[in-house]
Write a protein that binds this ligand. Structure first.
Ligand code: G1P
Length: 301
């Protein structure tokens, strides 16, 4: 069995949910406290044993390339001022084996993954989406690699979501749980309305694929939103080759929408050494203030 060494990080979306911030800035560069979201994803890949990462980017994504490059002027300035910790943080982002491919048109997630075909070649690989940040003792990407080493099959991560939210996700129709947390799947549906959803098990942004996914992508017609949907290609792959779903039980942060991004900043802010104490105090004070405000209208009734 070939080792899983490569990751694809699609980052070519237009980031319309964060306009105007994302007019010139890649949405993957929006920070969680002080670190761009894409750096968390790259760190998860490294902790999972991934050696080579290709980022599929599009227009306005220069900032991602610059972030993972060296910055000699800044480094010299920090070194001269003996700002050692800052220098370490700045240098930490270089020296990763990162490659960049341009997706000329945003034609969907499936198309972004297909763009990486030549880079991946005939190997199993993972796809990691920047909108989902995860936190667990064993990184989710490593959990998928462990499953692959048992089964040799493509496996994607799923998580239970509230039933009314199924239209935000790809959803699986599980047939049997072959071992705890590992499902055989009858079919995969992209963004079903709750009434049509075959389950509450939603695909979250971590996938492990055998290279046969590329053939499946090439033979999949454009789907929802006139885009090539990765979920549709997975459904096709599953007709010829088993695709498993692995249920993730750790913490997930959806940083792809405004509210999720704010929540994630608060949670990480409560852990960050520079912000945790004042933020805790601020939230307590704010909570009391809001509770008082909420009491006022009921009193006047
Ligand atoms: C994409 C996929 C969807 C998946 C989701 C996970 O949707 O198309 O199947 O459930 O990521 O975050 P998007 O969030 O890009 O609309």
């Amino acid at each position: 069995m070939r080792k899983v060494r490569k990751a694809v990080i699609p980052a070519a979306g237009l980031g319309t949910r964060f306009l105007p911030a994302t007019k010139a800035l890649a949405k993957e560069m929006l920070p969680i406290v002080d670190k761009p979201t894409i750096q968390f994803i790259v760190e998860e890949a490294r902790k999972s044993g991934i050696e080579d990462i290709v980022i599929v980017d599009g227009k306005s994504k220069r900032s991602i390339e610059d972030h993972f490059d060296s910055n000699p002027e800044l480094e010299a300035n920090l070194a001269a001022k003996h700002k050692d910790e800052m220098l370490r943080q700045v240098q930490e982002t270089t020296g990763m084996n990162l490659y960049f491919i341009r997706q000329p048109y945003p034609r969907g997630l499936g198309d972004a993954v297909l763009t990486a075909k030549a880079f991946i070649g005939d190997e199993p690989f993972v796809v990691m989406l920047g909108d989902d940040m995860t936190s667990s003792e064993v990184p989710l990407t490593k959990q998928l690699i462990d499953r692959y080493e048992e089964t040799g099959a493509s496996t994607l991560a799923v998580m239970r979501v509230p039933h009314e939210e199924t239209a935000k996700y790809g959803v699986i129709n599980p047939s049997e749980e072959t071992e705890p947390g590992l499902y055989n799947v009858t079919n995969f549906v992209e963004k079903p309305e709750p009434a049509d959803a075959p389950s509450d098990l939603a695909i979250i942004g971590r996938y492990l694929f055998t290279p046969e996914i590329f053939e499946a992508l090439e033979n999949t017609p454009v789907g929802l939103g006139n885009e090539l949907q990765l979920t549709d290609a997975i459904d096709n792959l599953n007709k010829n080759q088993r695709v498993f779903a692995h249920e993730y039980k750790g913490k997930r942060y959806d940083v792809g929408n405004k509210f999720g991004w704010i929540q994630t900043n608060i949670e990480y802010g409560l852990k960050h050494p520079e912000t945790k104490d004042p933020l805790r105090q601020y939230i307590k004070d704010l909570g009391q203030k809001l509770a008082k405000e909420d009491e006022k209208p009921s009193k006047s009734k």
